[in-house]
Ligand binder design. Sequence first.
Ligand code: NAD
Length: 285
Amino acid sequence: MTKLMMGNDVAKAMKERLIQDVEALKANGVNPCLSIIRVGERPDDLAYERGAKKRMELVGITCKTIELSEDISQKELEDAIQKANEDTKIHGILMFSPLPGTLNEEKARQMIHPLKDVDGMNPVNAAKVFSGDPSGFAPCTPEAVLAMLDHYGIVLEGKRVVVIGRSKVVGRPLAMLLLARNATVTICHTRTKELEKTCREAEILIAAAGKANMVTKEMIGESAVVVDVGINVDADGNLCGDVDFEDVKQKASQISPVPKGVGSVTTSVLAEHVVRGAKYLNTVD
Ligand code: NAD
């Protein structure tokens, strides 16, 4: 019988810990606060913002959005980031990306203070993730995958893990986090030859390609664990993952659905990062 890995169960378990941490911070006079920087009104950003706000509220974290218009200048954006960097009441900064093409996103990422960079956008944090230094912030989605695997007691050490996708926000950092946990990691991408065969060898297969239903049961090894990070819209306009759920469910031992899978854990990881930021910034003050 295939076991479902549900994001809400993971988020629920994380919520109890987060509430305790936030209460402890508040007892010491620290009100953890996340600042979201949003340029324009992309539907994806607005949807994520709603989810993040709800999650922060649930655990007692303040969440403020800095709304900037789509035609903002680079200088105005950088001023907004700088202001959030300097505000001692803000412990985490999340800037939505991609930014409009008129803006220099790399420069904006570099400007986010590494100690407030709760979605691991600054190259300082990326370097820490890549060097196996746990003191930095990894992007929330790859950490959400680990939180899900941990919650369901899936041991990573020594396991053959295949990650489909090599983006800077998901595939690559995820591969590094898995490596730090002593998994044997293979990264697949659009130029990978024999994708099916490689995926079939995985004990744990993680799909982060952004291609609706591309993973079918022919790509799954017997009893593999399958985690679906993809968020896509299928031909009928329904939300779906990268994994053909009904097909793969017949073969996988454990599988995460879309929706209600990894996406539901991401904002909990974000909340954890804000708490970490608040603890850290108030220790060094
Ligand atoms: P991306 O487009 O930046 O990267 C996709 C990667 O997948 C690329 O490295 C590409 O080489 C690889 N790829 C694409 N098609 C492939 C194919 N047919 N075979 C093999 N490799 C292929 O996307 P991203 O930002 O990394 O996001 C990946 C998916 O995860 C998207 O669906 C996105 O919406 C979703 N996502 C989910 C969350 C969450 O919280 N669950 C967060 C961020 C992104």
